[in-house]
Design a protein around this ligand. Structure first.
Ligand SMILES: [Zn+2]
Length: 380
């Protein structure tokens, strides 16, 4: 992309990494709104110095603020939404201790560097590249930075969906596992189960008790058995608790279940099933709530077209972009479910998201920064 004077502005991967490092060194666990807002401050001031229009909505429920950054060009017409999250799953202190920022050969480590600070920064860098070159992308750009994606985006979902509806394309800066981008994701159903039994002395009146925990245990086994790898359905009872004291028959128990499936009809079927669960033992009651946490991200025709276009760009740059279907959800699920062409997994290549070994590959930064510039330059 030559600038107005015909010069080719340089993509400098050391500069890209220096920018990523700044974002990584502000630790941003999702539940810590104040911490996430420190990163929002940095993104906001960097964006404003590039002449962008910034809109900041105060956080709710203890989460950080939602930041919308618009290119100074292109007006309000439908354009490209670039979707990023500022939060990570890592607690404050991870940087000082379990996964400090460091380079080891081609690998660069740090909490949240792969998921997804490098991806978010790569897209930001591409925007900066346009501004420096004095050029404009054909479509207006809207960057949305949300504070709590790792929790399931409870406070930002509406903003994501509203903003996506105003755009032609959505590009999501989630990590590129194994270099692959993502053209489909499973839907996620969250289920809360509460069981009410009857307390009794565990010794003298055991027969009067109705154990909520024993009831829950039977449901846990039955629920986990709904896992069907052939249909790509997984059921995970991730949390369970109950009881009050060792010698009391437990009156209360509860569990949280995460169900994932590749098709909406499967999720609906599973939701109907769990909502119709009945007590297995006498004198206990069940209280069940189920909600689709993330709708299915289907591999729609618009997304396929967007992928083919991006693949062509990557080929010109010199690497092969392949696609994958992911079991993990992202904010891309919300936008793809609305039927808006959405391409996800456009961040850096690396490994180990949500772990303390998380890293990116430095060698992936330059080609992917080029990919971003070309994408913003060619989407019309
Ligand atoms: Zn992520």
């Amino acid at each position: 992309m030559p600038d107005r004077a015909g010069n080719q502005p340089v993509i400098d991967d050391e500069e890209v990494l220096a920018g990523i490092r700044k974002w990584v060194e502000i630790e941003t666990p999702s539940p810590d709104g104040a911490a996430v807002n420190q990163l929002a401050d940095l993104v906001q001031s960097d964006a404003m110095s590039l002449g962008a229009h910034v809109d900041r909505v105060p956080g709710r429920d203890g989460y950080g603020d939602i930041l919308t950054v618009r290119s100074p060009w292109g007006g309000d017409g439908p354009g490209i939404l670039i979707l990023s999250h500022m939060d990570t799953v890592h607690a404050i202190g991870t940087l000082a201790d379990a996964n400090p920022y460091r380079r080891d050969g081609d690998r660069v480590y740090g909490p949240g560097i792969f998921d997804m600070k490098s991806g978010a920064y790569l897209a930001f860098y591409a925007f900066q590249h346009f501004v420096r070159a004095g050029l404009e992308s054909p479509l207006p750009l809207t960057f949305l930075y949300v504070p709590e994606e790792e929790i399931g985006s409870p406070t930002s979902r509406q903003v994501i969906e509203d903003t996506a509806r105003q755009n032609k394309y959505v590009l999501v800066t989630e990590p590129a596992h194994g270099g692959l981008c993502c053209t489909a994701r499973k839907g996620v159903l969250h289920v809360d189960i509460k069981i009410h039994g009857r307390p009794a002395h565990a010794g003298s009146r055991h027969q009067d008790g109705r154990s909520a925990l024993a009831e829950l245990a039977r449901h846990i086994v039955a629920l986990e058995d709904l896992t069907d790898y052939e249909r790509d359905i997984t059921v995970n009872v991730g949390l369970a608790s109950g009881g009050s004291f060792i010698n009391v028959v437990p009156a209360e128990a509860e569990a949280k279940v995460c169900i994932r499936a590749p098709e909406t009809s499967m999720l609906d079927e599973l939701r109907d099933h769990v909502l119709s669960l009945q007590p297995l033992g006498p004198d206990v009651t069940l209280e069940i709530a189920a909600e689709i946490n993330r709708p299915v991200f289907p591999r729609g025709p618009g997304t396929v077209q967007l992928f083919e276009h991006t693949k062509e760009i990557c080929r010109e740059i010199g690497f092969e972009l392949e696609e994958r279907h992911s079991g993990g959800g992202s904010d891309g699920n919300f936008t793809a479910a609305l039927g808006i062409p959405t391409l996800d997994g456009l961040g850096a290549d690396g490994h180990g998201h949500h772990t303390l070994d998380e890293y990116i590959l430095f060698s992936s930064l330059a080609p992917r920064a080029r990919m971003w510039v070309r994408l913003l330059e060619t989407l019309t």
